[in-house]
Design a protein around this ligand. Structure first.
Ligand code: GLN
Length: 537
């Protein structure tokens, strides 16, 4: 272990969904703003190797890193808050831990020993926690333990934390996020669930250093003292984490509660400068005082679960702020759309986005949505499957290839305008085998995309198996849909545009993954701008 790196473990108690990811990202933001290099890691207790094979209904969006890891959506929050890329090492699952221990066992690395949860699984966990520090590249590593303390699944992680606290006692602390519920019948906030959840941690040998208490009401001094006394923490380490209007308020609220100061004290680090949050606060100011509004339709098949499109909705918040515009998202289920209702369902939208996705469900509605945007000159952004749908729609309704399709949905179509990439055809495993991670793309000068990026050479993240079929490219270009971006090595079409349309862009990659508070994504910024212009007409 590098002696220069300090570790903050974030655990959760009482219930799930308290927002450990946002608290971790907010703390990291404050430490970063004080001048400490900080990274955040998420340990997920489930047995899948990664969330790549999980249905979005199970787990929300699958977030993809530059190095092609399919990860938990919390990593998206980490990047959006810190503006520093994460990697495979930032997300570890029980499946991955066991896979690696079992591989070592098969290789004979354990020299005839009985392989056990302690020490082999816990050692593997500790190695993964320390690996993310990259030999002192980061001053502080914040490791978020998924799940709730007391879950059977998270026991080995809490045990690994206990061991690290023991082995490196001056370099590690635990921040426990808990709930202080309000009982309306009693008219009171109740501390007992927090006391119990700390007791549960203590039974596992872990004394938390800081308690972040999620609450709907003010945590007064009396309550703070009570929690401190029953849970063996100092009063200034009882932090009120009130419900916030926006996740982007949380760093500022945590600064007011001095979470960063307490953490630095407990880690034995100096406070350096007080956090520079000028950009962040300017962002919040603009977020809360928009000058314009636009309405954008998000057409997808998982719209009941907004977490399935987390990075897209956050990218719209960033792009809205940079246009001083409130982006109202209208979540539209593609299965409900048909040629009869499309004009009513999509009326009043200033822009239309067709979302990424897999499989046949809801495809016809998406095709109708693209047609509506194309024929009515409504700014359009298609992402991944959304771009493929734009290609299929154009093939059917402009090129006259009536059964044009993607071979994903229709293997035997006569016009496979979207087809499987050659290297994908040989792969039979589903997990981790798509075209994943960052690839370069060369943009056509003066295309809407190049104008948005103000650059002809970009790199964006991918997650797909199917591609534009280049056999049809000249037919498309002859009729007015052009390849505005291509992979410089393989010639794969990564961006399509219709130059005669005000703003019609389909991208094979996922721009949403790279949008942050400090760097709103140029394509989303340009799309919102086009929607604003459309609204004014
Ligand atoms: N299902 C499509 C493919 O695999 C698109 C994937 C996506 O939208 N992420 O190519």
């Amino acid at each position: 272990m590098s002696n220069s790196t300090k570790y903050v473990f974030v655990t959760g108690g009482v219930t799930s969904s308290l927002g450990k990811g946002i608290i971790s990202a907010s703390l990291a933001k404050l430490l970063q703003a004080r001048g400490y290099t900080t990274t955040i890691q998420k340990l997920d207790p489930y047995i899948n190797i990664d969330p790549g094979t999980l249905n979005p209904y199970e787990h929300g969006e699958c977030y993809v890193t530059d190095d092609g890891a399919e990860t938990d959506l919390d990593l998206g929050h980490y990047e959006r808050f810190l503006n520093v890329p994460t990697s495979q090492a930032n997300n570890v699952t029980t499946g991955r831990i066991y896979q690696s221990v079992i591989e070592k066992e098969r290789r004979g690395d354990y020299l005839g020993k009985t392989v056990q949860v302690i020490p082999h699984i816990t050692d593997e966990i500790k190695e993964r926690i320390q690996a993310v520090a990259k030999n002192g590249q980061f001053d502080i590593v914040i490791t978020e333990i998924g799940g709730t303390v007391g879950d059977i699944e998270s026991l080995p992680y809490v045990e690994a934390v206990r061991q690290m606290l023991w082995e490196y006692e001056n370099d590690c602390i635990v921040v426990h996020l808990t709930l202080v519920p309000y009982l309306s019948a009693a008219g009171e906030l109740k501390t007992k669930p927090t006391q119990h959840s700390v007791k549960q941690l203590l039974e596992l040998g872990v004394q938390p250093d800081v308690l972040c208490c999620r609450t709907e009401h003010e945590l007064d001094l009396g309550l703070r003292k009570k929690i401190a006394k029953f849970c063996n923490v100092s009063v200034n380490a009882v932090i009120e984490a009130r419900d916030a209007a926006s996740i982007y308020d949380v760093p500022v609220l945590m600064q007011a509660e001095e979470l960063d100061t307490v953490v630095l004290e407990k880690l034995g680090l100096s406070k350096k400068q007080s956090p520079k949050l000028d950009n962040w606060k300017a962002f919040l100011e603009r977020l809360k005082n928009p000058k314009h509004t636009v309405k954008i339709g998000l057409i997808g098949k998982y719209v009941e679960l907004k977490d399935a499109y987390k990075s897209i909705s956050e990218a719209f918040i960033h792009a809205g702020v940079s246009n001083e515009t409130k982006v109202e998202l209208s979540w539209i289920h593609s299965e409900t759309l048909d040629p009869e209702n499309i004009a009513t369902e999509l009326s009043g939208l200033d822009g239309i986005l067709v979302a990424p996705g897999f499989g046949s469900r809801g495809i016809d509605g998406k095709i109708e949505a693209v047609r509506f945007a194309r024929e009515n000159n409504i700014p359009f952004l298609g992402i991944c499957l959304g771009m493929q749908i734009a290609v299929i729609e154009f093939a059917r309704n402009v090129l006259g290839l009536s059964d044009a399709h993607s071979t994903e949905m229709s293997e035997n179509t006569n016009a496979p305008v979207i087809s499987m990439m050659e290297e994908q055809k040989r792969i039979s495993n589903m997990g981790g085998t798509m075209r994943l991670g960052a690839y370069k793309c060369e943009l056509k000068p003066n295309s809407n995309t190049a104008k948005a990026y103000q650059n002809n050479n970009i790199s964006e993240r991918h997650r797909h198996r199917y591609e534009f079929n280049n056999q049809y490219l000249s037919d498309f270009e002859a009729k007015g849909m052009v390849a505005a971006g291509r992979n410089p090595e393989t010639g794969l079409v990564e961006v399509v545009e219709i130059p005669t349309h005000p703003w019609f862009v389909g991208v094979q990659f996922h721009p949403e993954y790279k949008s942050t508070v400090d760097a709103p994504h140029p394509l989303f910024v340009a799309f919102v701008k086009a929607a604003l212009k459309n609204k004014k007409h």
